[in-house]
Design a binder for this molecule. Sequence first.
Ligand SMILES: C[S@@+](CC[C@H](N)C(=O)[O-])C[C@H]1O[C@@H](n2cnc3c(N)ncnc32)[C@H](O)[C@@H]1O
Length: 251
Amino acid sequence: MGLRCITTCKLDALKSVCLPNALSDSTTLVNGENIGSVTNHLSSNEEMASGRSEAEKSPEVNASTEQPSGGDDVSEAEIRKNKGRLKNGRGRTQSQGGRAGKSQGFPPNSFDRVLLDAPCSALGLRPRLFAGLESVISLRNHGRYQRKMLDQAVQLVRIGGILVYSTCTINPSENEAVVRYALDKYKFLSLAPQHPRIGGPGLVGRCEFPDGYVEEWLKPGEEEMVQKFDPSSELDTIGFFIAKFSVGPKD
Ligand SMILES: C[S@@+](CC[C@H](N)C(=O)[O-])C[C@H]1O[C@@H](n2cnc3c(N)ncnc32)[C@H](O)[C@@H]1O
């Protein structure tokens, strides 16, 4: 594919699109100058998906991490950060081979392909090492930030490109309903065939919730275009969902 290296960057997926003129001439998309201030404190899906980092919630913590770490004056935040590193390792943003740079986002149509492996309720994970408290309503609400992320991802893919949306959950609100949203809102998107095809079909139809809310899923003919992995099937996989979209002319 002609790939020579992969540049990693840390960026809020809910704010991943920037206007071309928002980038100053002297600023690169992935700003290496700021690498020193990249931290790895965003740990929970909910925290990131909410669009609010821990640093935003606690400005004093963020400010104190800016202190030099070598002197006697080690802040509480620095101690906490080091404890976290001991527990969790260096983290993906600082793994060997270079740190992730900060990104200001990318102009529309910047990418041939985008994979939105979205944060989700993770109902398909096996073994399940944690059990989040979910209700019918909270399960439905995951779709809200997933749709917002998809709105951003759609803008980033150029015409003729590919967008893949995936989750590790079996919850239709986060899978089929997000696909329905994408296809209904962005007429230039179409479901593309997937190879290899190992998973089963998606769910066709709609669901009426006890509070009257109606959620639309796939239409007949669309079910075989997505792949749904059922963790209770003989395939012996985790629960997973994949939808692949072709991006047509956006006008
Ligand atoms: C299903 S995981 C993706 C895993 C990834 N494909 C990998 O192989 O490591 C979803 C990831 O999205 C991250 N995330 C959650 N909210 C985010 C946001 N607003 N912006 C960027 N990433 C976010 C979570 O921290 C989590 O690492």
